[in-house]
Ligand binder design. Structure first.
Ligand code: FAD
Length: 259
C-alpha cells in the first residue's frame, strides 16, 4: 500500500545553536486538523534531488502532539543533502513527508525512566517531556521519576537547555543532568560521557528499591525502570552495554539510532 504523503509548511525557524548550526523548525500540515502520533516517533521527509532521485530521511518529532503541527530539531551535516536543505528552508516553504513512524515511544504503564541523549538525539526527549509535563494541565508522569541525561561536547550544543531547566525547576520528579565531554575550565557542571552518569543513576535506583519487584500489567515483566536512548550508534551501544552489564534486561532498554 502506498504511504500517504502529506505537505508540511514551515511556520517558524529558530537557530538554537549558531556554532553547531542547529535549528528548531515548526511545521503545520496542510489539509489536516489533527496529526496523531505518539511522542518519540519520527517523520520521513521526502524531496527530489537535482538528479531527479527521490531522497528520504527520518527526523524525530521534537514536540508532543499539538493540533496539526509538529516540531523538528535538525543540525547541518557537512556535505549532507537533507539536513542542509532543512536548515536553508524559509518560513512558508513546503516539504513532503510520510508518517508518523517508529516504536521509540514511552512504554505503558509508565515506569521510572532514564532518558539518554546526545546531540539532536534530544529531539524525541523534548517530545516526551512536553507530553509528561505540559505547560497547561496536570503532569502525566504519575509520580514516576524521570531523569534526562544529555551529553554534548560544548555548552553551546545543549539544545533546549532553558526549556529543560524550567521543567526541572517546576517538577521535582524530573531531573535534568547535562554532561560535557570537551568543556573548558570554567564549566562547573558534570563532565564525561553520558554512560558514566547513567550507570550511577541505575545503581542508585537499584539500591533505593525494595527487593520486591512490583507487578506490571498482566503478562508483562515487572520492570520498574526503563531507559530510552537516542543518538548516534556508538553512544547507543555504549549505554546498552553498560546497562546490561549492570543486570538490566534488554526489554528495559528502548533505543533509536540516527546512523
Ligand atoms: C529514526 C531517525 C531519526 C532521526 N532524527 C533526526 C533528528 O531529529 N535530527 C537530525 O538532525 N537528524 C536526525 N536523523 C538523521 C537524519 O535522518 C539524517 O541522517 C541526517 O540529517 C543527515 O542527512 P543528510 O541528508 O544531510 O546527509 P547525507 O547526505 O545522508 O550524508 C552526508 C554524509 O554525512 C554522514 N552523516 C549522515 N548522517 C549523519 C549524522 N547524523 N551525523 C554525522 N554525519 C552524518 C554520511 O555518512 C555521509 O558521509 C535521524 C535518523 C533516524 C534514522
Amino acid at each position: 500500500m502506498a504511504r500517504e504523503l502529506h505537505t508540511a509548511r514551515l511556520t517558524q525557524k529558530t537557530c538554537i545553536s549558531d556554532p553547531a548550526q542547529c535549528f528548531h523548525l515548526e511545521y503545520v500540515i496542510e489539509g489536516l486538523d489533527q496529526f496523531a502520533f505518539k511522542p518519540g516517533q519520527f517523520v520521513s521527509l521526502v524531496k527530489e534531488d537535482s538528479r531527479g532521485k527521490m531522497q528520504t530521511r527520518a527526523y524525530s518529532i521534537a514536540s508532543a502532539p499539538r493540533a496539526n503541527a509538529f516540531d523538528l530539531c535538525v543540525n547541518r551535516v557537512e556535505g549532507g543533502f537533507f539536513s542542509n536543505l532543512l536548515a536553508d528552508m524559509e518560513e512558508g516553504d513546503p516539504i513532503g513527508f510520510h508518517g508518523p513512524h517508529g516504536l521509540f515511544t514511552l512504554r505503558q504503564p509508565l515506569t521510572d525512566a532514564i532518558l539518554i541523549a546526545t546531540g539532536t538525539g534530544i529531539a524525541p526527549m523534548r517530545g516526551f517531556i512536553e507530553h509528561l509535563f505540559p505547560d497547561h494541565g496536570p503532569s502525566l508522569s504519575n509520580g514516576r521519576k524521570i531523569w534526562l541525561v544529555y551529553g554534548t561536547r560544548y555548552p553551546t550544543e545543549l539544545y533546549y537547555r532553558e526549556f529543560f531547566e524550567r521543567k526541572a525547576a517546576e517538577h521535582e520528579d524530573f531531573e535534568y543532568i547535562t554532561t560535557l565531554s570537551r568543556a573548558k575550565e570554567d564549566w562547573t557542571g558534570q563532565r564525561g560521557y553520558v554512560q558514566e552518569h547513567v550507570a550511577r543513576i541505575a545503581t542508585e535506583h537499584l539500591s533505593s528499591q525494595s527487593q520486591d519487584m512490583p507487578t506490571a500489567a498482566e503478562g508483562a515483566p515487572g520492570f520498574n525502570i526503563h531507559a530510552y536512548i537516542c543518538g548516534l550508534n556508538d553512544m547507543v551501544s555504549a549505554n546498552r552495554e553498560r546497562l546490561t552489564s549492570l543486570g538490566w534486561d534488554k526489554k528495559q532498554i528502548i533505543f533509536e539510532r540516527y546512523d
